[in-house]
Design a binder for this molecule. Sequence first.
Ligand SMILES: Nc1ncnc2c1ncn2[C@@H]1O[C@H](COP(=O)(O)OP(=O)(O)O)[C@@H](O)[C@H]1O
Ligand SMILES: [Mg+2]
Length: 357
Amino acid sequence: MSQTVRIESVVKEYGNFRAIDNVSLEIKPGEFFTLLGPSGCGKTTLLRMIAGFNTIESGKIYFNDEEINDVPAHKRNVGMVFQNYAIFPHMSVKDNVAYGLKARKIKGAELIKRTEQALKLMQMYEYKDRQPSQLSGGQQQRVALARAIVIHPSVLLMDEPLSNLDAKLRVQMRSSIKKLQKSLNITTIYVTHDQEEALAISDRIAVMNNGRVEQIGEPKEIYMRPANTFVANFIGTSNFLQGEADNGVVTILGKVKIPVKLKEGYKGKVIVSVRPENAALCPVQEGMLKGKVVFATFLGDYINYEIELEDGTSMEINEYTSNVDQHWEAGDLAGIDLNTKRITVFDHETEKSIMVY
Ligand SMILES: Nc1ncnc2c1ncn2[C@@H]1O[C@H](COP(=O)(O)OP(=O)(O)O)[C@@H](O)[C@H]1O
Ligand SMILES: [Mg+2]
């Protein structure tokens, strides 16, 4: 049965260093929840606290209504998959998968049935008698997944399980992990530093930075409505332009005026973020942003332009090749047509969003 995982004001310290700084999260039953952030931000540390491998300095963790701070790891009914496969090299595939069942004193027909079920689910049944050394990286990771789910965990924890695989396999495995998770309906906490992977696989994402949570939301929300410049920059690509806000109008480079719904009465210096797909190049017109094409990179389905604006700011713009007839070249002077409904405005000081949606 899937569980709620509730994390309340949790702190982890290594000596004087705060690796997890007052984090609170609530993960719903059956949810695919991802901790996303740059290397060193505390993802593994938090996951290990949930698993029971790390002490908790303060705060509480609950599985449903049970506080588990002092419940030892082997009694938390958690399945875990790590980055470096971590399957036993001297055991056959089926013995690897059966291991967790034996540790739980499950024997005989039940042991065989559940082991075979898990292997079939991960499409590894035909490899059951092989040794790990006779498997590819992707197959080893499937065995690790089978081993994690065979115990029918109430929470599944995965720490960068795909990062040792090549790019194509990573994309295949992430969709099989997502399908598996949905069919088993296990509450899952997944760790990655790869923003595209997080967007593809998650129901919700917590973006972490320096041991803190910057934003929690569905992939679309995090991408379209970033809470601050860190999130806007870490998820996808954002161009940051300097601006001035007054009375619901944002002025960029002293001339382009965009009406935006900002917090009531907001006035002052702002940072405007524009995604590369939310601007288009066009012939120069009066009152429009303009810039020089510095570099054009043809990428098949789209062209990536590096543009230098009048004030020297560099900007990236992507145009789908199927949408446009005119292709621009280095040296061209072009107008920049912003999709003003898709910009995000941040306070210059706090770098927090001041948008009202
Ligand atoms: N056992 C440890 N002792 C001291 N510092 C640690 C230990 N484990 C992790 N850290 C530090 O805590 C921070 C977070 O680490 P970690 O959770 O592994 O980050 P992530 O998984 O996001 O890359 C890092 O600065 C790391 O150096
Ligand atoms: Mg890590």
